[in-house]
Design a protein around this ligand. Structure first.
Ligand SMILES: Cc1cc2nc3c(=O)[nH]c(=O)nc-3n(C[C@H](O)[C@H](O)[C@H](O)COP(=O)(O)OP(=O)(O)OC[C@H]3O[C@@H](n4cnc5c(N)ncnc54)[C@H](O)[C@@H]3O)c2cc1C
Length: 390
């Protein structure tokens, strides 16, 4: 639904931002019987600037939440292999069905975010699109007590809550208003360019690595394949700025010549999308009356394609902490999140530097694979009630 009509004066939790992190968190809290309002300034079912390869941890969450069938019913193809193309070697890794995860998936955000929003609403959360957070309501003691909202018709409303969750992405307004401090700062910011192609035959995720550049192919809905190219900050400034389409084609031809060859007979559907890059960070994700989740709390360079999977993971950790309802639970949310994220953030930052040789890159990919396995093990433990032990 759009707009503020019918919104109540008070909820237990208000979630700002209703995509991967926000819609999932709202769903999990509503499933626990809490009164939840989720708002997003964007439109229901719209796209956002993001490629969308999910890793095993992300798919595991969708399986556990009972949402994978819906994703498959929307025609999201199964990804059953990941192929790493290095200069001197090709590594073809089958994705074995494990822990109820039959394959990997790369759903369009128009599909994934909509499925999460629908699941939140079905669980009883009120979800309102085209509604923007303007400001927070603060108590005399500095505690956040609610939000100032505005819809597209210009209607405004103050709504109170016990907790305000900022799931409002990379440039989070909630984080800025509460002063959520950065606790770990990454250094590198790579640029990513991508477009959707019809008429390509691509089986599995393909990641290509050249000197100072990368590229990849990600099969997605509607028979389309997302082709991306990425470069470090130095090459971006020297070669890309001002001519993104030219650089996109040049980089794909340089790093992934076999894809570039196929592209000649394929069709670009829609326009190219570009992200100039942003260094990663971890932020303190909670304080009196507020919490942060998803990119608002933890961002890393898209080069390791892991932000959505981590957003779905942290939605679970935060919902668990909120349900327990103590400050200690929120403190554990932060420490558990940090334990699972610090390695991922660091290895991602080193890959995003684009300063490795291929032997070093392979080591980084091994380290990344270990971090991803830890994450899956931790999530499986979480479902068995092991969170308390951390
Ligand atoms: C180029 C690029 C490629 C990427 N590729 C991948 C990939 O392949 N795999 C992967 O897992 N991750 C990838 N990521 C990362 C992924 O996009 C993010 O980690 C993910 O979107 C985080 O979800 P989120 O819900 O935290 O934030 P977002 O998806 O950014 O959602 C935030 C929402 O908050 C809303 N909002 C913001 N401010 C307000 C406000 N004041 N009031 C109301 N609403 C507000 C916005 O409208 C938005 O809908 C990529 C990112 C980029 C930039």
């Amino acid at each position: 639904m759009n707009g503020l009509a019918g919104v109540q004066d008070r909820y237990e939790v208000i979630v700002v931002g209703a995509r991967a992190a926000g819609a999932a968190t709202a769903m999990l809290l509503a499933r626990r019987g809490m009164r939840v309002l989720a708002v997003d300034r964007g439109g229901y079912g719209t796209d956002t600037l993001s490629t969308h390869a999910l890793m095993r941890a992300g798919v595991l969450q969708l399986v556990r939440w009972g949402l994978l069938e819906r994703l498959e019913a929307e025609g999201t193809p199964r990804v059953q292999r990941t192929v790493f193309h290095y200069e001197d070697e090709v590594l073809d890794i089958p994705i074995k069905p494990r822990h109820g995860v039959p394959a990997l998936f790369a759903p369009r955000r128009t599909v994934l975010d909509r499925i999460l929003v629908d699941a939140a609403a079905e669980a009883g959360a009120e979800v309102r699109h085209r509604v923007r957070l303007e400001d927070l309501v603060g108590g005399d003691d500095g505690r956040v007590e609610g939000v100032h909202l505005q819809d597209e018709q210009g209607a405004t409303r103050i709504v109170h809550s016990d907790l305000v969750i900022g799931a409002d992405g990379l440039r989070s307004t909630v984080a800025a208003l509460v002063g959520g401090s950065i606790t770990r700062q990454a250094r590198h910011a790579a640029a990513t360019f991508y477009g959707y192609w019809s008429g390509l035959e691509v089986d599995g995720y393909h990641w290509y690595w050249g000197r100072g550049a990368g590229a990849g192919a990600i099969p997605t809905n509607d028979g389309l394949v997302l082709l991306f190219a990425g470069v470090g900050a130095r090459r971006f400034a020297a070669e890309v700025r001002g001519n993104v389409p030219g650089a996109y084609h040049r980089l794909l031809a340089e790093v992934a010549p076999e894809l570039a060859e196929q592209m000649a007979a394929a069709h670009l559907v829609g326009s190219l999308h570009g992200f100039a890059g942003h260094p990663g960070y971890l932020r303190r994700p909670w304080g009196p009356g507020w919490a942060l989740v998803g990119d608002a709390a933890y961002f890393k360079d898209p080069i390791t394609a892991h932000g959505i999977s981590d957003a779905l993971r942290d939605a679970e950790l935060l919902a668990d902490a909120v349900a327990r309802g103590t400050e200690e639970a929120l403190r554990q949310y932060e420490s558990y999140r940090d334990a699972l994220s610090t390695g991922l953030l660091e290895v991602t930052d080193r890959i995003a530097a684009f300063e490795w040789n291929h032997a070093e890159l392979k080591e980084l990919h091994h380290a990344l694979s270990d971090e991803m396995k830890n994450e899956v093990t931790a999530l499986l433990g979480l479902y068995e009630g092991a969170l308390e032990h951390h």
